[in-house]
Design a protein around this ligand. Structure first.
Ligand code: 8YV
Length: 307
């Protein structure tokens, strides 16, 4: 069973090897689950769609959930663990692209690249002055999350001559950047705060009103993690009253039906959850999903197991 759409190059291979049921296309999802659920042995899902316990409980022969994404926060891992269901994800192959979009969003937001593009296209260049914008190079970058992607973001920020400090559950001895266990202190110190912690209960709304206040009126927030890590009410208020300068966001609550107030704000740059959305990375992610499924059904070790 597939929870969401995959590119054509994956579908060709998947359809050649499996009997596919498309959950996202079903007009009556429950009808499809009731009709075919008893035969389903695998779910191919996507990071943002995951697999709930409620879905898995209706698939008595389910053996594996293969996730097209590194974040498995939307998959009920405890249910999977308790019921002997394997779970795989796609780490590493998307690290560099997500780090690229973090820096891209930072540059776009600080340098107001989308706004400048609109100005040029509207024919107003020469009559309307482009406002002076915020420098990125050499600034203080706070990174919340120092996993694989956090480290790749830090390497890029370092190449821009930025000072780097990070918040994480623990001190990462393998990096030379300063560890700051207090997120508010990090936001207070930073010019730019980039969020790349895993989603889930432990990081729910860690970017709250206090953190945004500490980031301050010149501060910029970049979120390439999950919508759940940010208190969106607090963020929208902070953007409206300029508690912070601006935000660059790739992820939101209720994607793709995001809070409409974001669309009215001139100081946000919005991305449609597309951090890993390059041809190169998506091909590698699809391959890994298929490799995990193939290994599972061949009885071989899974390339990238989570559970
Ligand atoms: C999405 C992601 O999975 O890797 C993750 O955790 O959020 C993304 O790569 C991607 O949009 C495919 O659904």
């Amino acid at each position: 069973m597939m929870a969401g759409a995959y590119p054509e190059w994956d579908m060709v291979d998947l359809e050649a090897n499996y009997r596919i049921h498309r959950l996202w296309e079903a007009t009556d999802r429950q009808e499809l689950i009731s009709r075919v659920g008893k035969d389903i042995r695998a779910i191919a899902t996507r990071g943002e769609l995951g697999a709930s316990a409620e879905l898995m409980a209706q698939l008595p022969k389910l053996e594996i959930v293969s996730c097209y994404g590194v974040g498995t926060d939307a998959i009920d891992l405890s249910y999977a663990r308790a019921n002997g269901i394997r779970v795989t994800n796609t780490p590493d192959v998307l690290t560099e692209d997500v780090a690229d979009i973090a820096l891209g969003l930072l540059l776009a937001t600080a340098r107001q690249i989308p706004q400048a593009d609109v100005l040029v296209r509207s024919g107003q260049w020469g009559s309307v002055a482009m406002p002076l914008v915020t420098r990125v190079s050499g600034k203080k970058v706070g990174i919340a999350g120092m996993g694989r992607i956090g480290k790749a973001i830090a390497r890029r920020a370092a190449a821009f001559g930025c000072d780097i400090s990070y918040f994480a559950r623990h001190n990462h001895k393998d990096v030379a950047y300063a560890y700051e266990p207090d997120l508010i202190a990090l936001a207070d110190w930073a010019d730019f705060l980039i969020v790349i912690v895993p989603g889930g209960e432990a990081t729910m709304k860690i970017i709250n009103a206090e953190v945004l206040k500490a980031l301050g009126p010149n501060g910029i927030l970049i979120n390439v993690s999950r919508g759940t890590t940010v208190d969106e009410e607090a963020l929208i208020a902070a953007l409206q009253d300029r508690t912070i300068q601006a935000a660059g966001l790739d992820v939101f609550l209720n994607e793709p039906k995001i809070d409409a107030r974001f669309l009215t704000l001139g100081n946000v740059v919005l991305q449609p959850h597309h951090g890993s959305g390059t041809v190169e990375t998506r091909k590698a992610m699809g391959q890994l999903v298929r490799d995990n499924l193939a290994a599972h059904f061949a009885g071989s070790p899974l390339p990238t197991p989570v559970v």
